[in-house]
Design a protein around this ligand. Structure first.
Ligand code: GLA
Length: 744
């Protein structure tokens, strides 16, 4: 990896074995873009790739010149109003009302490794040789606002990360109205756009469309990254597949309102913008104040979608997630939510835990309903002390009893919320986000605490830290069950109300930071009514997240398949639950529910006491299997093989680093009579190794499995041979492949 600066041509070239990112100082002093993509040779005059042409109707920068128009050059920090009519990356409203700025190159320097972003989650290096960072400083000569553009290239993989920091070195205040973290101007628009979208219980479905002239965007203005759109975008060449072809991935390390947009102009160039959603943002910068915009990560590969995902997986698993749990296999847990909802006693919880222990489960998680007057979702949020009518010896007593059983104990919190019917609200009715004299909307009968206020965060921190100190808690599920409305903080002046959404998220990050520092051994799992805040920002603090409240195996195939585009398997919270399923009332076989949940953190969301004897034996086998293979399942190299969005079958697999072990998951939604022969072409194996398939006992070369494929044809669909069970709907199989030596 290298960052080259060519002084004569004013060109910057960031490159490693996979990618090149080229920029230059433009004739008008702005920072321009030349190229991002597969690695190219370095040379002094890459500036001659700057494309200029006479464009009738354009506005030009230099008197007498009819070529240099900001509308037609690729830029790093474009503004609106001086000839570029596309969406800008930055907008600064000044005291005289003007929004025009002119960011001129001042200086640059290169740092080893990667600097941290104050108060924000970000990727990091553990050793300075893992990455290099170029910091380019620009300044607007009128306002004296400085922009520090920070580019990190990692030594391995096609990763380029970008963030921006603004500093007001002028004497008067300015209002930052837009501060996008990333702007990338691609020279053409021949891409397919893939987004991860959905809603509650249907998160992160893959939605494709052809990139086309005009603006297309995804985003959130709900205060969280949202169930609706994930802060992630793929642009792939139309011919690119999972296994080959050019793909760009864009991911935003942020958990609040965001915008990801592509604007294709009349000459087919594409501007990508990634950042905090400008419609719900403004930030006042007094003299000498700074604003740090969050980090955006771009990945480029010419090896297809799987390679892009694997690059994100490695980066987010190893250099975004942190702490003790980062590299640990995750405990197999049982969660009481779908088993009891709000209706439980301590004895009942212990019976659930006892049975789970017998089956081999390692962690018991007590979900909602243990605190204050919380017997339904109408009351109690904000009162983080145990309800001793339910739990006579408090959380401490229950945790001890669970530990005596031989399991770890975990606990649910929803720190950012309050019910009107709570002591906290009665004491501090002004602690919620709401506009004075206006009606306030509730969501699930609850209100959002004003986490832009330090006193509010301090109070919640104290209550949570007390419980976590007093009792032996090994895991915390941190929930967030409604979006933000009436976003207003009574402590901020009118000109700072545009800061509340972002200050709120900074408050959430601050609380996460304090708790994860103080309790480094606790495993945090993030949650927001399922996957409403499943984003890289959360992953920095909580190495796993509850992917969806939908626990049906068939629904989960799409949710987890989509999630895997960006997020590592070790981060995907997935459990086996009862049938009929509580969300879609579907009945699926127990083995299929487990076969889907294995490709995640794995656990159970039911009362095992209610299962029949042979089901319990199956559960015991599942848990033993997961314990044996979870390191491979959670940390192996993951490949998507067949998409549930495209047909009746889905398949995915993981392969160990040394390629000697692999697990293939194959799933068929509906049974098919008299079906065609089916097979799955595997990936990532060693072509020259022989693999024994423990399902069929056959031995096959890696090249055969990857080219002819693994046969999944089903002999029982149609007529059932005497020695076989008939297949039904929602069938699935796991194939474990182990390298063996054979004598020739
Ligand atoms: C949310 C979560 C669920 C559960 C409930 C409890 O919906 O996603 O898993 O914790 O809250 O109220």
């Amino acid at each position: 990896m290298e960052i080259v600066y060519h002084e004569r041509s004013n060109v910057f070239h960031l490159l490693n074995d996979t990618i090149s990112y080229v920029m230059m100082v433009l004739p008008n002093g702005h920072l321009g873009q030349i190229y991002f993509g597969k690695k190219i040779h370095d040379r002094e005059n890459l500036s001659d790739l700057l494309e200029l042409a006479v464009r009738p109707m354009a506005s030009y920068v230099f008197p007498g010149d009819r070529e240099f128009s900001l509308e037609h050059v690729k830029q790093e920090l474009p503004v609106f109003g001086t000839g570029d009519y596309r969406s800008p990356a930055v907008e600064i409203c000044q005291e005289n009302g003007s929004r025009i700025s002119d960011f001129q190159y001042c200086s640059h320097h290169v740092e080893k490794g990667k600097p941290t972003l104050s108060g924000l989650p970000a990727t990091y290096t553990e050793d300075a040789t893992e990455a290099s960072t170029l910091v380019v400083e620009l300044m607007d000569p009128v306002t004296k606002v400085k922009a520090e553009l920070c580019y990190t290239i990692f030594a391995e993989g096609g990763i380029l990360s970008k963030s921006v920091r603004f500093h007001n070195a002028g004497s008067g205040p300015v209002q930052l109205e837009r501060a996008m973290s990333l702007c990338l101007d691609l020279p053409d628009c021949d891409y397919e756009w893939l987004q991860l979208s959905g809603t509650w219980a249907r998160e992160r479905h893959i939605k494709p469309r052809k990139l086309t002239m005009g603006i297309q965007s995804i985003g959130s203005m709900r205060g969280n990254s949202s169930h609706e759109h994930n802060p992630f975008l793929v642009l792939k060449r139309p011919c690119a597949t999972e296994q080959q072809g050019e793909v760009f991935g864009f991911s935003f390390i942020y958990s609040g309102n965001f915008l990801i947009q592509a604007e294709v102009d009349a000459h087919d160039t594409t501007r990508i913008l990634v950042g905090i959603h400008p419609d719900t943002f403004s930030w006042r910068l007094e003299s000498e104040e700074s604003f740090q915009a969050p980090e955006a990560v771009m990945v480029y590969t010419d090896q297809g979608m799987n390679a892009m995902s694997q690059t994100f997986h490695r980066l987010y698993q190893k250099r975004l997630a942190r702490g003790y749990w980062r590299d640990q296999v995750r405990p197999i847990l049982i969660n009481n939510w779908e088993a009891t909802y709000f209706d439980f006693t301590e004895e009942q919880l212990l019976t659930i835990a006892q049975k789970a222990k017998e089956c081999g489960v390692e962690l018991f998680v007590l979900d909602d309903g243990w605190f204050g007057e919380r017997s339904s979702d109408h009351a109690g949020l904000g009162d983080w002390t145990a309800n001793t009518k339910r739990l006579p010896a408090g959380i401490k007593g229950l945790a001890e009893r669970i530990e005596q059983i031989g399991m770890k104990f975990g606990l649910w919190f929803e720190p950012e919320m309050v019910n009107e019917d709570s002591d906290l609200y009665r004491m501090h009715p002004d602690w919620i986000l709401s506009v004075p004299l206006r009606a306030k909307s509730h969501g699930r009968y609850q209100y959002v605490l004003d986490f832009s206020r330090k006193d509010v965060v301090d109070c919640i921190y104290k209550m949570m830290a007390k419980i976590l100190k007093d009792a032996k808690v090994s895991y915390v599920k941190w929930d967030m069950n409604r979006s933000i409305t009436e976003c207003f903080s009574v402590t901020l002046p009118p000109e700072r109300q545009g800061e509340v959404y972002h200050r709120y998220i900074l408050g959430v990050y601050d609380l996460y930071d304090r708790l994860t520092r103080e309790f480094p051994q606790i495993l945090f799992e993030s949650c927001a009514s399922g996957g409403g805040r499943f984003d890289p920002g959360m992953l920095y603090y909580a190495p796993q997240g509850w992917a969806s409240d939908d626990t049906d195996a068939v629904e989960r195939m799409k949710i987890q398949f989509g999630t895997s585009l960006c997020y590592p398997i070790s981060s995907i919270g997935s459990h086996v639950s009862v049938i009929p399923n509580h969300q879609v009332f579907r009945i699926t076989p127990l083995h299929t529910r487990a076969n889907v949940a294995y490709f995640g953190t794995f656990g159970y969301e039911l009362d095992l006491n209610k299962l029949a004897g042979e089901e319990i034996s199956e559960v015991k086998r599942q848990i033993a299997f997961m314990k044996e293979y979870r390191a491979l399942l959670q940390f192996g190299i993951f490949y998507r093989l067949k998409s549930p969005f495209e047909g009746n079958e889905m398949a995915w697999m993981v392969v160990s680093e040394d390629k000697r072990t692999a697990i293939v998951g194959w799933y068929r939604i509906l049974n098919v009579v008299n079906d065609r022969f089916t097979r799955v072409r595997l990936c990532g194996l060693d072509p020259g190794l022989c693999y024994q398939n423990t399902q069929t006992n056959s031995i096959r070369f890696g090249d055969e499995l990857m080219n002819f494929g693994l046969v999944t044809s089903d002999v029982t669909a149609g007529e059932v041979p005497a020695d076989k069970q008939p297949c039904v709907d929602f069938e699935s199989r796991l194939y474990i492949l182990k390298a063996v030596s054979i004598s020739k």
